[in-house]
Write a protein that binds this ligand. Structure first.
Ligand code: C2E
Ligand code: MG
Ligand code: MG
Length: 406
């Protein structure tokens, strides 16, 4: 748990800030600043929130402390009613990392604290990664680029118009027709253009921003699928698969949230599948299991994505209420090339059937792979052989053309 040192002039402000920061952080409060008590400087802390009133008294101590922690970043947040003139002339920004003008709001405080502490964690992580060597320029710019990405991501979520959903068809291998689509998020960055999920989903996962992104994608994909179902008779039974971070399953009110989205978009729950990643599901808590069952009770299907890449302990498969296994594309690619991959794919398909589930192969790129998958009884396939992820207009054209892959 991160420790925050609070050096504020008014007791009431200290009380309010401690309350706002809640139980997520440990708060270090000097007993009496006026009496000259400075023993608190001996204690370890991860962030210092300091009142402008005390800054010139303590800035030297803070700088010494910062230097001693290098290359790990020790952030300082200044709370002030107006920037202090004398310090401004000494270049305030050499001493503090963030300035908030009073009266502060709870939201601003929490956001700033979270961003600053994340920078600290990141610098600590980079230091550990290079086993104690000095931070080099390359690593510093990598850390900065990550922080910039996080800031841009927050902005994108607030503005709400930078994300786009692409759709990749999932094909029934028995009928060779479209059975549904997987919704895949894209980020249309104002400066960098279209960014693939692999480049921002890990940051979104780490910061918890994934919760908002997933729900936005879900809402948009359900809305889109309902439009397609209503527009063409042969599209009425199409299903939509949406990737869902395992973080979602620790939310207490997930079932209500999903039910609300289904009602709002008028989509039948049987048209929706949620894809979860295997590795994250392994450390499943009992409360998560209850949420999975709640979600299933709505009529939504659950698919285990990237199957085979986690630390597959098959015993847990009995316990989780999963409907299908999606075989990771790293195995599909090697069908016909590597005898072991052939065996693995065949075994996963058999395993899914034994457990009363069905199998989906992702990353199908060649007709040879398709032929083998059909022979082994795999129910569904997805991959560039059929189509790449498409924007909604192109996906619509594909549905309308009633493709049959033979
Ligand atoms: P995933 O769920 O396993 O999605 C399949 C990925 O494989 C997609 O990459 C898709 O474009 C790619 N793919 C499909 N067929 C082929 C093929 O034949 N060849 C090759 N080389 N690639 C193929 P994409 O769109 O870059 O997504 C990457 C991952 O990002 C997804 O993997 C998923 O884990 C995550 N993701 C995407 N959208 C969301 C979202 O809305 N929420 C969450 N939580 N994760 C998402
Ligand atoms: Mg997926
Ligand atoms: Mg996958």
């Amino acid at each position: 748990m991160s420790t925050i040192l609070l050096i504020l002039k008014h007791k009431e402000n200290s009380r309010l800030l401690s309350e706002w920061l809640g139980k997520s952080y440990q708060i270090l409060l000097p007993i009496s600043l006026e009496s000259g008590d400075d023993t608190f400087w001996e204690e370890p802390f991860d962030l210092c929130i300091i009142d402008g009133y005390f800054l010139h008294l303590y800035w030297e101590r803070l700088q010494v402390r910062r230097k001693s922690e290098q290359p790990v970043f020790l952030p300082i947040l200044l709370v002030t009613s107006r920037p202090n003139v004398t310090l401004e002339t000494r270049n305030l920004w050499q001493f503090v990392d963030k300035l908030v003008i009073t009266p502060i709001t709870k939201r601003v405080l929490q956001t700033d604290v979270e961003v600053l502490l994340r920078s600290r964690r990141l610098s600590l992580q980079l230091k550990l990664n290079q086993s104690g060597e000095e931070f080099d320029n390359n690593q510093q710019s990598k850390a900065l680029a990550l922080l910039q990405l996080e800031a841009d991501l927050r902005k994108a979520i607030e503005e709400g118009n930078q994300f786009q959903v692409y759709y990749q068809p999932i094909v029934s291998l028995e009928h060779q027709t479209i059975a549904g689509f997987e919704a895949l998020v894209r980020w249309n960055h104002p400066k960098q253009g279209l960014i693939a999920p692999d480049q921002f989903i890990p940051v979104a996962e780490e910061t918890g921003l994934i919760l908002s992104i997933d729900l936005w994608v879900l809402q948009e994909a359900c809305r889109q699928m309902r439009i397609w179902q209503l527009s063409l008779p042969h599209a009425a039974r199409l299903k939509i698969s949406v990737n869902f971070s395992s973080k979602q399953f620790s939310l207490v009110n997930l079932q209500q949230k999903l039910a609300k989205i289904l009602i709002h978009t008028d989509l039948d729950s049987e048209s929706l599948k949620l894809e979860l990643t295997e590795s994250k599901l392994l450390d499943i808590a009992q409360s998560t299991m209850t949420t999975l069952l709640d979600v299933k009770s709505l009529g939504i299907e659950l698919v285990l994505d990237d199957f085979g890449t986690g630390y597959s302990s098959f015993s847990y498969l009995h316990n989780v209420p999963i409907d299908a296994l999606k075989i990771d594309r790293s195995f599909i690619w090697k069908i016909g090339v590597d005898e072991n991959s052939n065996k693995i794919v065949q075994s996963i398909i058999r395993l899914s059937h034994k457990l009363g589930m069905y199998a989906i192969a992702e990353g199908v790129e060649t007709v040879e792979q398709l032929a083998q998958l059909k022979k082994w009884g795999c129910e569904y396939g997805q991959g560039y052989l059929f189509a790449k992820p498409l924007n909604s207009a192109a996906a619509w054209e594909l549905i309308a053309s009633k493709p049959i892959w033979s």
